[in-house]
Design a protein around this ligand. Sequence first.
Ligand code: NI
Length: 131
Amino acid sequence: MSDEPIDLAVALAGFDQLWSPRIVTRVNEYDVRIAKVAGEHVWHVHDHTDEFFLVLDGELHIALRDSDGDGERTVVLPRGAVYVVPRGTPHRPSSADGASILMFEPSGTPSVGDRHDEIPEHVDATTGHVL
Ligand code: NI
């Protein structure tokens, strides 16, 4: 982990994989992760943690369901928007035209959550790669 300032534009230019978060730094027990996304992620739930999103570029949609599984809605996050998905909330991020995002969540949090639908080929199910 670098102790130098991190240029997020440079960090984002350093990889191409979609839905494959990179850990840029840590704050206490939290990872600051960046990811490039396009198309759909997978429906999943984080049972024990909220998940913070900041849209750096493009537009991110996050589909949300009530914890009992119905009542679906989608929040639209343009560039510069932040949103927190509360723990226990089924969600599925997507971006039709592609986006770059920053996430803030406890180290070790799998990007596909604790419970999820079948993971498609294009989604990285790890807990993030250190840059
Ligand atoms: Ni999530």
